[in-house]
Design a protein. Sequence first.
Length: 649
Amino acid sequence: MEEDRFQQQMRAFDQWKVDTTKTIRRLQEWLDKQQLGSSEITLRLYDTVETLRVDRLIIAFVAEFSRGKTELINSIFFADYKRRLLPSDAGRTTMCPTELFYDDQEEAAYIRLLPIETRLEDISIADLKRDTSRWTTFSLDIDSPDQMAEAMQQVVKVKHVSVAAAKSLGLYVEEQGGASGKGGQKPAAPDTVEIPQWRHAMISFPHPLLKQGLAILDTPGLNALGSEPELTLNMLPNAHAILFVLAADTGVTRSDLDMWQNHIRSCRGDSSIGLVAALNKIDTLWDEIKNQGQIDATIESQRKETARMLGIEPESVFPVSAQKGLLAKIRQDSELLTRSRLPLLERYLSDNVVPAKQAIVSNSVIEKAGAIIEDACDTLAVRIQGVQKQLDELRGLDNTNADVLQHLVRKTREKQAAFNKKTEHFQSSRRILAQQSKIIMDALSLAAFDKMIAASRKDMEGSWSTGGLKKSMQMFFDNMRDTMQVVSRQADQTYVVVQTIYAKFQEDGASLGTTPKMFSVKKYTDEFYKLYEEAEKFRNSPVTTMTEQSFVVKKFFISLGSHARVIVSKANQDVDNWLKEIMQPLIKQVNESKQQLEQQLETLNKINDSKDGLQTKLKEIEGNHVALEAQLKELKNIDKALRIPVAVV
Ligand SMILES: Nc1nc2c(ncn2[C@@H]2O[C@H](COP(=O)(O)OP(=O)(O)OP(=O)(O)O)[C@@H](O)[C@H]2O)c(=O)[nH]1
Ligand SMILES: [Mg+2]
């Protein structure tokens, strides 16, 4: 079945991660053995391994209510439980965004739920995730699919509260007379409103796909995107694929289109990578009076019409029947499965979404570890060159000629003195650089950022309206732009200083291998711009007017701050790494030269001391030469191993 293909792809990817982790460990050992490591390199390699460990492929399901998001998740990923694992029902079912994944830090499987009342607090969900005590946890019995399905019923739990309470939680939708009851029913009593019991659900269990790094985000339909800005601002843009679900029995409705245009399309920018539309419930078009050809023609015309309305290619719309697909898998009815067309959607996910994600991860590993390897290669080259030079010098020596030896000792001592002088100069350049780095790091400090956010918030107190938001957002983004300009300017100045030092080194005959990299703030300004666009869309979107405005605006501002903080923190880390990286080859060069000069002196002294010293020393250095070549070969092998792509399934 096609499902196997997705699983195979994920398994291959997981195996690649295991192998790559081993290669990185091999690199670390190699560096330690050659004394080429440093705490900074160890940290960088540890980070890379950690990234591989926690890396997840996130697929988000978004749509209006009752289009069949949850049923699709059940049928694509969890049919092996031979049941509906997640609750799917007529009317409004999933009440809170639900994340399914595998948490390897916890021994037992769990479902963790965030009480809806946390909406009253000014803390983002991302921050709340770090504090498990704020969540209600139920354990999952992985040996009992019944118990698991039962526990998952939590995500549909609702409760009844007064209109005032619903309003204070920002969950009262004026025109609808409430947050809409299950199945579109009226609220239980005229003065109470039905609201979700939970705000967010995190479900961890050791399903093979989840263990291999798949994470699924199921979202509730109906205004969930409007009332929880963090979904649109953080969670959806972080997903590697978004499955937008439509239903063949309802067609593309006004609210489907609103959601698509205001939230889904926009969070992918101009690119449609990772954006998939499923036209679900095609079984409602199966008509026993029509023949298969006629049914296919109807499905095809709906597909084209859907594509036209969404403004995408018909090939990006997958007509499926989640329900029949699930049934077919449970009954192992391959004919029904083919008819459900679910395998075609699964094939698309395996052949496009998984490889795209693999490429991102693999490139980032190659970039990070590759830079360390390149550096080590350069150092080895310098060492080999030094040994070669020494060999040439010694081979030309006559053992008996004491004068020549004395002359060489003197020359080496002179070289050493000149070298020490240069080192002093180098140290003073380092001090200038440290001052410049401090200006950059201060501009990007999280303390400064928090202060700025607190000031903006204070400024907004009492005016949590879209008007107030516009003003504050402008101030906020202007502030971030100014910060990035300071960083950019300082980084450019730093670069000029570094270039001068590099040039000086090269003038003195040092082979530095690499030229220093420049630091560009473009990546972060681009991200801020994306955030700005997202924020503008949100501010202008009609959904913000549906719920209590001040509430949503406040929540929105918190999400915005939390997201921006992540960007600043990343920039801060990257600059810090950059500053270390550009200095690293120079520091290494200084140390290598120092060592080589000392070794040369020692060798000359030894030869001077004994008659057959020269031959012994020659042999020793020749041995070193062979060993160095072997080390280089091993390093090249590690580099090759790192670049092995994920096995093609
Ligand atoms: N006929 C038919 N019904 C389907 C299909 N997929 C889902 N359904 C039914 O549609 C209803 C809604 O499905 P859900 O999976 O709960 O929909 P959802 O999009 O998750 O809805 P919310 O959780 O409320 O946002 C359920 O009764 C499903 O059984 C399908 O392919 N064909
Ligand atoms: Mg659902």
